[in-house]
Design a protein around this ligand. Sequence first.
Ligand code: URP
Ligand code: ZN
Ligand code: ZN
Length: 457
Amino acid sequence: MSILIKNGHVANASEEYQADVYIDGEKIVAIGANLPHKADKTIDATGKIVIPGGIDPHVHLDMPFMGTFSSDDYETGTRAALFRGTTMVIDFILQTQGDSLYNALRIWQQKSVGKALADYSYHMAVTDFNRQTADEVVEMIEKEGITSFKTFMAYKGALMIDDGQMVQLMQVVKKHGGMVTVHATNGDMIDSLIAQNKAAGNRAPLYHYLSQPEITEAEASARFADMLFYTGCPGYIVHLTCEGALNAVREATKRNQHINVETCIQYLLLDASLYEQDFEGAKWVMSPPLRQKKDQEALWAGIDQGLVHVVATDHCPFTWEQKQMGKGDFAKIPNGHPAIEHRMELLFSEGVSKGRISLPKFVELSATNAAKKFGMYPQKGTIAIGADADICILDPNKKHTLSAKTHHMRTDYSAYEGREVTGKVETVLLRGKVAIENEKCLLEPGYGNFVKRGKVK
Ligand code: URP
Ligand code: ZN
Ligand code: ZN
């Protein structure tokens, strides 16, 4: 099958220009003005933006968490992602404490193989570091193409590792060419604040926010940076939300340290005032919580200053019924919210359409940097000859309204209900196949491939 995309405005992280793009099989084989190629299918992209398919490197599909499972599985989650321009996701495998990384890998393969519609990879969350884990880390990098290792400085008793384990993990990962990523918050301090609030009878979702103050994230980010500095391991902070944590990263640059930073779309657009309503605020209970407007400003500035490299989602959806598990006890509200479908359009609308970022910067934040940092570039994250034909065609002027009535995620509420966005994803290609056209998904479960990733450069 060959496809010719005619006359689009092509944008990569480094440049933008008017061109045709010719695809043969799974790959891009020609780019240029007025290409002479004859194709099985021609897509007229006049007036449209042609960009690399989005890569969301932070999603939780079918994840066991807080006594339930995130409500999107690999089929529903990756289909929803494709609908609005995300062609690849990186999910998190969770090691069960006391069990092996390989057992965890097998469980996640059962969740994903034959079910995913979009391409995917896994980060391996190391929740129990010991001698056997260390050996398995090496095998993950060398044999399985899983080169990033997630750590949690919070969720004690389930996911958290201590600083000694963290440093030992970093030493092994550095030696073998991987990256350590982190949920950087001070778990002990948070647990103590949760206990204090509960003892005082403070049970509403607002107290989830008040139990995770900015300082818990700033402190842990600085501590993580120090451990990276000591070990020399490449590191990546996931879902960074606030000015204090960003300042810890900024401080590290003074000793010429580079730390990769991801924020998520919700931290750029939503703020903690959403918790000032009764149980309704549970819709946005996530960790870290939404912050203040001054933090949004710091994050947008951080993008401009080159301190924030990736915008992800931390998609971890629950239905409204699942959220009821925390009625009367904020600490039992499953943490997370639905977002996988809306990241590309929200970032385009609030970033590019509102003039906060350029179109190439949008591509860098939504696709290219994730591909580069996680060992998939230039197979993914760019429109280039030889790259996978993962392409998103977007009408920059079309407005539409986000709603649970029309979204494709398996949740019955939207974190963005009624929000109007400017810019609509119309056609999506994944490895040379039309995935989305005329508001229909044309791919079947199982089309999505596991992407083996390279070492960190
Ligand atoms: O609230 C969140 N973020 N849920 C998913 C797990 C995590 O910490 O990323
Ligand atoms: Zn997290
Ligand atoms: Zn997460």
